[in-house]
Design a protein around this ligand. Sequence first.
Ligand code: UD1
Ligand code: MG
Length: 422
Amino acid sequence: MAARKRPSPTSISTKPDPSDQKTTRNTPDNNAFNLSPPKLGSIFVISTLLCSLHLYLLCSHYTVDTELKRSILINAALSLVGFFVTLKMIPVAARYVLRRNMFGFDINKRGTPQGEVKVPESLGIVVGVVFLIVAIIFQYFNFTEDSNWLVEYNAALASICFMILLGFVDDVLDVPWRVKLVLPSFATLPLLMAYAGHTTIVIPKPLVAYVGLEVLDLGRIYKLYMGLLAVFCTNSINIHAGLNGLEIGQTVVTAAAILIHNVMQIGSSTDPEYHQAHAFSIYLTQPLMATSLALLAFNWYPSSVFVGDTYTVFAGMTMAVVGILGHFSETLLIFFLPQVLNFLLSLPQLAGIVKCPRHRLPRFDPATGLLTGTKDGTLVNVYLRLFGPRSEKSLCIHLLAFQALACAFCFLLRHFLAGWYK
Ligand code: UD1
Ligand code: MG
């Protein structure tokens, strides 16, 4: 979290609240406040762009088993309720976190009045909690008592819940970067311990002649791989951040690609176990998408709340979990191409070879309102250095378009390599 100073609020209008004892004790300026309204117009456009293909494929293009379609649509309806609950709860939670002095300053607006506003932090906690409630209640509609999926589904929820807790602890205590790096490996433990699925990988056809096997059983190493995937997904989202809307934007674009991939796999297979694996992924990704979009309504440029590490690690862990249990981790890693690039660019600073400042953000010029790339090794900076200075909003949209391109590239790759690769 950034410095906790007391600025003069502009986007947050203040008025005294004498009835509230806690406010009097914890908040130096004894304020209640109103958050800027959610940017529902932008969210409508973004969600239409992201969800329409998924819904079209599910409801019209493919012939999906009626029972399965029913479950997916019930999950979608619950997710929609989750969207509205999150939307309603964020202003309430924002007031509470501000009372506890959990706020940050918008670094990319430094030198302007907006840069002086204290922006409530860690609102990812609302998304995390609503997501868990939706995912837990959904079991009532889908699972029978002897359902084999129940154990892994609840282990997945335990891992996500553990990750939300550790993310929130990080936001409150501001733990050192290297500790932050390993936290997800603890959070994956519930899933790793309960995992009873296969531990084999299919060797790509061109390599079968060299390896001498078509399928390789990795045994315990497979669980290590699962743990490492969770560590990568959580941290890679957290370090591709720092622009209004980027943390959530990359999540919702990737989530849309995951949903499309899941429906395509369900539609093109007749194996019920394969259907279940991908349906499982949909049951967790739809609520992730819906609750994230509600937070994006407040976090889109100009942000009136920040998401905190609570959100970035929660989103990363949820996508890692669906990739693992849906058995499409390779595809997931191609969806994560911008994050992989950002991670590779970051390596010298993360490894301590090059000095790593607390924030590796671009330089903001208050006179022009444009961002310029610095020498710090991030995709954000490299993009600005390659394509020249631009505004924060435009840069975020460009990076999200790049994320969408990476996902489209992955679908093309899968299409052309089908049959030849695996
Ligand atoms: C990671 C990055 C750091 C980046 C930060 C921004 C690494 C190793 N760490 O650190 O370089 O600066 O994320 O999220 O790559 N903020 C903004 N605008 C935004 C979002 C955040 O100015 O749109 C600032 C606010 O001051 C906010 C703070 O970033 O309070 C949150 O930073 P935090 O998530 O705690 O940083 P890290 O995850 O540790
Ligand atoms: Mg962060």
